[in-house]
Design a binder for this molecule. Sequence first.
Ligand code: S3P
Length: 169
Amino acid sequence: MKNIVLIGLMGAGKSSVGKKLSQLSDYDFVDTDDLIEKKLGLTISEIFAQRGESFFRELEASVILDLSSQEKLIISTGGGSLQNPLNLENLKQNGFLVYLKTTPESLYGRIKNEKHRPLLCNDNPLATLKELLIKREEQYLQADFTIDTTDKDIDEITNEILKVYNENI
Ligand code: S3P
């Protein structure tokens, strides 16, 4: 059975939606950032600060390659993972990709008090989110299913994803 792969910008709700999907199915939940942190014994911020973003991206690609050979997983991906086209290819091998789409303003509302995302530790995180969305949305729209989460609660989002997944696999 195909994995369900959640993609989208930071703050899109990939982890909370993924955990709920895992509760509603018999699929295990995995988060690529968590796996990277465990592998290195460092937080994402520490990895960016000590080893740089390109080192992080290499780890991200190897974690994604490994997960793509497994099945029945709910995979929450880092918001920048599709910048590498190979990751998209690998995730698609055995995955049903779901883009959690929402506005930069609502993403910002969710993440503004959080400090663990190095790319948003600057004077204007909302502007960064807007720029990243412009840069990345074309990649996100390669998903098998796009759900606009703006006015939906988690139950609506997860039920809709499971319905579409079951209809398409
Ligand atoms: C990143 C998103 C983060 C994490 C890292 C870089 C990005 O994951 O991988 O901080 O480039 O958008 P989340 O999308 O889970 O916050």
